[in-house]
Design a protein around this ligand. Structure first.
Ligand code: M6R
Length: 606
């Protein structure tokens, strides 16, 4: 997830350190490249950028000496185009008199770049931030004034993004957004080192990059364009170009609270980001040519493997069920280290493997990848961190589009892995993927409706240090994932299991009040009701997660109702209450769910 910051001041001055400080405050989102541009009174643009850490790039390119009246900085988290200097942002237009940067994803990037090239514009990178610049340039070249050019560009750019742009011989910056966050600040720069002080306005994807400068802010909504002058801003509607009256507000939260988006922990914030990132990955998949490449190879593969570890492996398990149920295609889901002895000796160029990893750096996954490649297997990747070893080592890969996941327990990256598998299975089956567009709203509804009940149940079962989480079919993967979350951050033992296996041994653990969670999609209810009764008749507490169902409610001790959905979407909703349950139990135990003991976010060791 990239971050942007732009500033407009009332006089030419050193802006390098202001831009560098703002960039530092965006680093919590995760990034691979940094850039800064200043626009001076003499009509020049000074642009410096590269791959690397903020402090390293700022030192190498001496950001400190950059001055101007307006400035833009951007941290890039690669999606379109590998991390490289040319793909780093900001970007210039064809003749170098406009400069802009974006965050988010423009999903019709490839098509638009081809149009711009055909129209004679100079396209230097593969990056969609540059596409935003040319989208405005296209209409400026046709003689539209800047606001109308932006309004037309807005209509051409599909996806979720926020964008800031400036040009020489114009004392303003302009910004607009669709889907991503955008906030404006208004204030005065301190007089120290700046004789007389100066007024400024600024704009950013993230409030934390603004807060040390000012607490007077204006929030920009989708479909709005903001024009920034040194002492005031003007908000207009993209639709009709008319001004919108928006009074500034004063923010009082601390920096820490703001970085966590007002949530007490990153995990809770990331749980609530799931509907939005699901929307973003669906947009991206719709516009991706790599999907085509992968599906063609997968269709003709002799054997198809989904390979990962931990949470990513659970997504592989669910993915294999989707492929079988929706597309009639058998897939072998396998834990990466076990791929090596069990399958690697038998694979060849006729087989295809999809290697799945949030970090793209998990050593167990990379070991399996290396051996698979040596055997000539076609290897694809699914990763959140673009530029990671996995994305550099696979023939073709898809991004998870989640931005930086800070909390050690994976949440939003898991659900976007599931969304991606669902999308691929739908495409493999030739089904209409528009049905999947309901996912973000259903996820939001699930979180909202289940949260109070989950918090209450968490308090009631928290004295137990041993519990089970059971499921069947794609929801077997969800049961495993729920159990992993509970283990990871509550330090209790929680076993995930195929629901039908429980009676083959673990049932003996059940005593009065013993919690057993059942993930119960509609088609499994008859099967699961038997399992529930095996638990309740021995005094155990059977907690069912499923769509409203009289039989489930009548038999289970607790019924957590999730929204009615297409059966393929159900597992994606069922995992959300389990994430919330583990979070609340962890916090109630006095642990920090973001940083559980003994664990690391990225496991680069054997
Ligand atoms: O980065 P990866 O997806 O390859 O990581 C694999 C596992 O280490 C990871 O999913 C781990 O299980 C999670 N922290 C669980 O929440």
């Amino acid at each position: 997830m990239c971050g942007i910051f732009g500033i407009v001041t009332n006089k030419q001055q050193p802006l390098g350190s202001i831009l560098t400080d703002a960039a530092r405050r965006l680093t919590y989102r995760g990034y691979d490249s940094v850039g800064a541009a200043t626009i001076s009174d003499d009509g020049t643009i000074d642009l410096r950028k590269d791959v690397g850490r903020v402090d390293d790039v700022a030192a190498k390119y001496n950001f400190a000496e950059m001055s101007g009246r307006r400035g833009i900085t951007q941290l890039r988290w690669a999606t379109f185009g590998e991390p490289s200097q040319i793909n780093a942002q900001p970007h210039l237009d064809s003749d170098g008199d406009m400069v802009g940067a974006h965050n988010g994803n423009v999903v019709n990037n490839v098509e638009l770049r081809q149009q711009f090239i055909a129209e004679g514009m100079t396209v230097r990178s593969q990056n969609d931030g540059e596409t935003c610049v040319h989208a405005v340039e296209r209409y400026v070249n046709k003689g539209y004034d800047i606001i109308d050019a932006i309004r037309l560009a807005y209509g051409d750019l599909a996806g979720d993004y926020a964008f800031v742009i400036g040009r020489v011989n114009d004392d303003r910056l302009y910004a607009f957004k669709k889907g991503s966050g955008l906030v404006v600040g208004i204030g005065e720069l301190p007089a120290a080192g700046n004789p007389g002080g100066s007024t400024f306005t600024c704009v950013s994807s993230d409030l934390p990059s603004i807060l040390p400068l000012t607490r007077k802010i204006v929030r920009i909504q989708d479909g709005e364009i903001v024009t920034l002058w040194p002492d005031h801003v003007e908000v207009r509607s993209v639709k009709d170009g008319k001004c919108i009256n928006r009074e500034p507000e004063i923010v009082t939260e601390t920096m820490d609270a703001v970085q966590k988006g007002g949530y007490p922990h990153f995990m809770l914030k990331e749980i609530h980001e799931q509907p939005q990132v699901a929307r973003e990955v669906l947009h991206l998949l719709e516009g991706s040519r790599d999907v085509e490449t992968m599906l063609n190879k997968m269709k003709s593969a002799r054997h198809l493997y989904f390979i990962g570890c931990g949470t990513s492996y659970h997504a592989c398990l669910a993915g294999a069920v989707f492929f079988a149920q929706l597309a009639g295609r058998a897939v072998i889901p396998v834990l990466a280290p076990q791929f090596v002895p069990q399958y690697a000796p038998a694979v060849s160029h006729e087989d295809v493997g999809l290697f799945v990893s949030q970090s793209g750096e998990t050593k167990d996954v990379l070991n399996a990848l290396q051996i698979a490649e040596q055997r000539g297997m076609t290897c694809f990747g699914l990763a959140n961190v673009i530029g990671s070893t996995l994305t550099k080592s696979t023939a073709c890969w898809l991004p998870l589009c989640c931005g930086y996941e800070i909390s050690v327990p994976a949440t939003k990256t898991f659900t976007n892995q599931i969304v991606t598998f669902l999308y691929l299975a739908y495409r493999m089956a030739g089904r209409d993927t528009r049905e999947l567009e309901k996912i973000p709203e259903l996820m939001g509804q699930t979180l909202e409706e289940t949260a109070p009940q989950i918090a209450a149940i968490a308090g009631e079962i928290n004295r137990w240090n041993d519990l089970y989480c059971l499921g069947y079919g794609a929801n077997y993967a969800i049961a495993l994932e729920g159990a992993l979350k509970l283990k990871e951050i509550t330090y209790a033992h929680c076993e995930g299991m195929l629901s039908t296996e429980f009676k083959h041994g673990p049932l003996s653990a059940v005593s009065k009040g013993y919690p057993v969670i059942f993930v119960a999609p509609p088609e499994d209810v008859p099967l699961i009701v038997s399992g529930i009764n095996e638990v309740t008749c021995r005094g155990g507490r059977a907690i069912a997660i499923g769509e409203a169902d009289s039989s489930l409610s009548a038999n289970a001790s607790d019924m957590i109702v999730i929204p009615k959905s297409n059966p393929a979407i159900n597992p994606l909703l069922a995992v959300l209450p389990l994430q919330l349950l583990s979070y609340h139990m962890s916090v109630a135990r006095g642990y920090d769910p973001d940083f559980p003991r003994n664990l690391s976010k990225t496991l680069t060791v054997d």
